[in-house]
Design a protein around this ligand. Structure first.
Ligand code: MN
Length: 335
């Protein structure tokens, strides 16, 4: 597979690289690493990288490089999609991907749809960054490439915590550290760091949280009012549900945030109006929140899933708790 991929790169004059819409750390890291590597290893080739909506924390990784954000057509001979399980997730770059002579799909999602001419997905790898590392010639990896791959691995493994972190992941991370990358700074500045107002918002959500189902479920709601109070966007809520999840004894953590007010209630202070809520859930132990999300047309993974619900806050909370209770009971009765 390695040879097939590099042969395709060798045979192309113009190469485009693209990740998925709303790129995360692994997406930005793997795209930038491959982009920098191909430019370095094949100086005679024209190489382009597409990414839109790069979160602020990853901007420094892309600084000084010509990242295409307007999705103009560069008519590449070879188009490489990274961290994309489905070509739909390429967003506006998809039509150029479909038009390219040769396409490659490199990923680590088990659900990958094999939509390219050459499909290389490693479901056991922690991240696309890890898959990319395995394809590179170690001698050509420099500090910038190592930092990009490291960032990707750190983000998809929750700083080497999640169960997708293998012995091989740690070996690769060890090799990347040999390049003298500022690993502590990368973890702090791209993963843990919060602005003061993000911290206040997190504190507020923790303060407003309630325990349910015999203290096995913790739930908090960020209403539009709360979000406005901290001048916050959805991005600012990142990580809060994980903070709720580490509460001792909890099997299921829920953070809901109000996305749309459908009708104001008679008594606004009672939250009696109908709204749309985005629900994000995290599970501990054997709990499976993807089953709860599926009941409301959402989806995700066993340990992290989400859905959208509409109703008064009371209705939504009641329905959701009863579904969580149902799933939890069925799982823990089996044990
Ligand atoms: Mn990924």
């Amino acid at each position: 597979m390695r040879e097939k991929i590099w042969n395709a790169v060798n045979n192309a004059g113009k190469i485009a690289i693209c990740g998925h819409v709303r790129p995360d750390g692994d997406c930005v890291g793997s795209c930038m690493a491959l982009y920098m590597y191909v430019k370095k290893a094949y100086p005679d080739k024209e190489v382009y990288v597409y990414m839109d909506g790069i979160p602020k924390v990853f901007e420094s990784m892309c600084r000084g490089y010509d990242v295409i954000t307007d999705y103009r057509d560069v008519s590449p001979d070879l188009f490489i999609a990274l961290d994309c399980s489905d070509s739909e997730r390429l967003g506006d770059a998809r039509e150029y991907f479909d038009r390219a002579d040769v396409t490659i799909n490199i990923d680590h999602h088990i659900s990958n749809l094999s939509y390219a001419d050459i499909n290389h997905f490693m479901a056991k790898s922690s991240s696309t960054s890890e898959v990319i590392y395995e394809l590179l010639d170690e001698n050509l990896i420099d500090k910038a490439i190592a930092a990009a791959l490291y960032t990707g691995i750190i983000h998809d493994t929750g700083v080497l915590q999640y169960s997708n972190t293998s012995k091989r992941t740690l070996e690769i991370v060890g090799n990347l550290l040999d390049h003298g990358i500022p690993s502590d700074k990368i973890i702090d500045e791209t993963f843990y760091q919060k602005t003061y107002s993000q911290n206040l918002l997190m504190a507020r959500c923790v303060l407003e949280s309630r325990m349910y189902l015999g203290n096995r479920c913790i739930m908090s709601v960020a209403t539009k009012d709360i979000l406005e109070e901290y001048n916050a966007t959805t991005e600012d809520l990142d990580g809060i549900v994980n903070i709720l999840r580490i509460t001792k004894g909890v099997e299921c953590a829920v953070l809901m945030h109000e996305t749309k007010i459908i009708s104001e209630g008679e008594d606004i202070s009672e939250n009696s109006g109908v709204s749309e809520y985005k629900v994000s859930m995290r599970a501990n132990n054997d709990m499976d929140v993807s089953r709860v999300a599926l009941m409301y047309g959402g989806g995700g993974h066993i340990k992290a899933a989400g859905c959208t619900m509409t109703g008064t806050l009371e209705e939504v909370t009641k329905k959701l708790l009863s579904s969580i209770n149902e799933v939890m009971s069925s799982i823990y009765q089996m044990v």
